[in-house]
Design a protein around this ligand. Structure first.
Ligand code: ADP
Ligand code: ZN
Length: 714
């Protein structure tokens, strides 16, 4: 049965291999076993039930909470070539009749419904007459009062097993603590389910924290670097959402606001325009979220500090569902911490207050500590990140550096001591910077020993040091209306020189930049593909990402497929989509190739790339000897055996030959399917070293093969 699953994966969905956990879940469902799975957003949950639904006899009923999403989900399933329909209150009587007819005629593999249907006896009676394969419950955490998104409608699902004892039940969610997890399993009454708790890691997301200075200008610069990318900007209040959206529109960026103060129809329209790529930027409060199934969100900006890591993780999680690289940027300022603290102080329950403070501290640590951001985030969910650095956050790529600021800290701390812990941050920074203000003179602070000891830096610098001291808990702010700075024990230790004080700073020029050469794609072709995608989407009344994901278009713009067969090797191109959209996209690629022959030649890696560099005689007799055997048509193994050398050596020879401009045929050395797989891994991991690629392939490729492919790519 799993062979068949593999075949359907490629033929129908256009994927070469399962993502982590998908295969086990599919296998469990094919064996009619209950499933409980926590998988992160973008982990590929829908495939876990769509694929078995395709293979098993009988109907799979998918429970999904959001009516607004259901149509898109069903459109996506249909576009893939699945027999799917949905039932909810938005359908007209005629449409409903058509769906019931299809059910009676056993024409459907998938039926999407909202949870409240299970409280309707007529509906249950219809289902009971049908043969059912299994139930798939999406967003299953909605059944738990412990979760952050409890929906009373979900409680009617606790009867499913009693009503349909012969069907398996699979519950999926992207967020569940261990407590919520057990609650879901109990409420649904799952029978010894196959359990999956996937890693919370989202390897394609890049995490970055910048110091918030002139936020709107900073956001504008960020957007200017990504003119056509879709993204969400989160702000805390309606007012700031409106202000930022207005500002961006004033700068010619089509940005729309989204918050609870807008009418239903405005919210719906803004979300839809975003979904359909008609606008690229939404500025939103956290009210914008659940309904976002859009897979090509390329960035998420936090203009204000989130209250906790859970929220931060969820909001950033809306980026990059398609698995392609996406950027998460948080603008951090200590004054946001103070604002949130103010709200926490208004809470009535001391227990809630304590939890909220703890959560806030964790968030501040994630933003401020000199630790890989990914490590911090995963640590919050109780997960240990296995590597010392992730390579895709600003700390790991060296975009920020950790510098010793002990002396600067001592200057601030001693100014606080000398003034008796009675002043706020602005005034302390003024003293150290030697500002000539009315208040300084009035209090005689220009007579202090610390007055002006930090004249060499501006006030902003000193404000940031104070922020850092607060952030790392060396100072605290009192709860007064005008908060004043006071010492903590940690601060004392730094003042006395017993402990160093380190801060994170953005480097002017990041040192370790990742190799862009292998990951990139033709921006020009991508643009054209995107235009056709949008047109097709409009014609068929679906969002563009339902036609093809960004990942699929990136691969087309990277590999320039030129035939239906080559097209089928692109991720996400199954038979149905190939038939429907293949000719149009192939035509665009062909036209682009004709118009840009040099670019096409350099990129056409679904064919053998022919090196056009002038030949230089490679040095070294041994390398030349390898070349002779290559010319006789031998592959690496044959050459290694003949010369009694290791495969590693031979692959290095080939690397050298290519580097010297020798024209070689890659197919002579490696099977095309394998080569494409390796190329994809290089691209996806944005790697230029071999280790990560070999590791990610989990034993299916060797170092020599990776080295060889890299040489041809370069
Ligand atoms: P989730 O519901 O878990 O957030 P989705 O089911 O929406 O995730 O899938 C996210 C994206 O990943 C979709 O674009 C989907 O087509 C893609 N995807 C799913 N499984 C695979 C796979 N095995 N290989 C490649 N892409 C996949
Ligand atoms: Zn990192």
């Amino acid at each position: 049965m799993m062979d068949k699953a593999q075949e359907v994966l490629k033929r129908v969905f256009g994927f070469d291999r399962f993502r982590p956990n998908q295969q086990e879940i599919v296998a469990a469902l094919l064996n009619r076993r209950d499933v409980f799975a926590v998988m992160p957003t973008g982990g590929g949950k829908s495939l876990c039930y769509q694929l078995p639904a395709q293979l098993l006899d009988g109907l799979c009923v998918v429970v999904s909470p959001l009516i607004s999403l259901m149509k898109d989900q069903v459109d996506a399933a249909k576009t893939t070539g699945l027999n799917a329909e949905f039932l909810n209150s938005s359908l007209s009587a005629g449409e409903r009749r058509r769906v019931f007819q299809a059910l009676e005629n056993r024409q459907l593999d998938l039926l999407y419904v909202s949870p409240e249907r299970f409280a309707m006896p007529e509906f249950v009676a219809v289902l009971q007459k049908l043969e059912l394969s299994f139930f798939a419950i999406d967003e299953a955490h909605c059944i738990s009062e412990w979760g952050h998104d409890f929906r009373p409608d979900y409680l009617s699902l606790s009867r499913i097993i009693e009503l349909f004892p012969r069907a398996a039940v699979a519950a999926f969610t992207a967020t569940a603590t261990h407590q919520v997890q057990e609650d879901i399993i109990n409420k649904l009454g799952l029978r010894k389910p196959h359990r999956v708790r996937a890693s919370f890691d989202r390897p394609n997301l890049f995490y970055q924290v910048l110091s918030k200075e002139n936020l709107e200008i900073q956001i504008l610069q960020f957007l200017r670097e990504r003119p056509d990318e879709s993204g969400i900007i989160y702000r805390t209040t309606r007012k700031s959402v409106e202000a930022t959206a207005d500002f961006l529109r004033g700068q010619g960026i089509k940005a729309l606001p989204y918050h609870a103060g807008l009418s239903d129809s405005e919210r719906k329209s803004h979300q839809e325009q975003f979904n359909r790529d008609e606008i690229h930027v939404v500025v939103a409060t956290i009210a914008f979220g659940m309904g976002i199934d859009k897979s090509n969100v390329r960035f998420v900006i936090h203009g204000d500090l989130p209250k906790n890591v859970e929220g931060y993780y969820q909001e950033t999680g809306r980026a990059g569902r398609d698995g392609e690289p996406a950027h998460c940027c948080l603008y951090f300022s200590q004054s946001d911490t103070v604002k949130i603290r103010y709200f926490i102080d208004q809470m009535e329950s001391p227990v809630e207050q304590k939890i909220a403070i703890h959560q806030l501290n964790k968030m501040v640590q994630t933003a401020q500590n000199n630790v890989c951001r990914r490590k911090s985030i995963l640590g919050y969910f109780g997960e240990t990140y296995p590597k010392s650095e992730c390579g895709t956050c600003d700390v790991c790529t060296g975009e920020v550096e950790c510098i010793d600021a002990t002396v600067d800290a001592q200057k601030i701390l001693s100014a606080i001591v000398r003034t008796g812990e009675k002043l706020g941050a602005v005034h302390i920074a003024d003293i150290v910077a030697g500002a000539d203000t009315e208040r300084i003179r009035q209090f005689g602070h220009d007579k202090l020993k610390t007055y002006g000891v930090g004249r060499d830096c501006d006030k902003r610098h000193w404000r940031r040091i104070i922020d850092d001291l607060i952030g790392q808990n060396h100072l605290c702010l009192t709860d007064d209306q005008y908060p004043v700075l006071q010492f903590t024990e940690k601060g004392q230790a730094v003042l006395r020189g017993q402990k160093p004080f380190k801060v994170l700073r953005k480097k002017d020029k990041p040192v370790k930049r990742r190799a862009a050469s292998v990951s990139d794609f033709s921006a020009g072709l991508f643009e054209e593909l995107r235009v056709v995608r949008k047109r097709i989407a409009q014609d068929s009344g679906v969002p563009p990402f339902v036609v093809f994901s960004d990942q699929t278009l990136h691969e087309m713009a990277r590999y320039f497929p030129d035939s239906p067969a080559a097209m089928r090797m692109i991720v996400g191109v199954g038979v149905n989509k190939l038939e429907r959209f293949g000719p149009t996209f192939l035509e665009v690629i062909r036209a682009y190739k004709n118009a840009h022959p040099e670019e096409a030649a350099a990129r056409s890696v679904l064919h053998v790339p022919v090196s056009t560099v002038r030949k230089k005689q490679p040095k070294g007799d041994s390398v030349r000897e390898t070349l002779d055997l290559v010319k006789q048509g031998m592959n690496m193994e044959q050459i290694a055996e003949r010369r009694n050398l290791s495969l590693g050596t031979i692959s290095q020879h080939i690397e050298k030959l290519l580097g010297a401009g020798e024209t070689l045929d890659v197919d002579q050395f490696i099977d095309p399917a394998k080569r494409i797989k390796i190329e994809r891994l290089f691209a996806r991991l944005q790697a230029d070293t071999l280790g990560p690629v070999v590791e990610a392939a989990k034993g299916s490729i060797t170092y020599e093969e990776a080295r060889l492919v890299r040489a041809f790519m370069q």
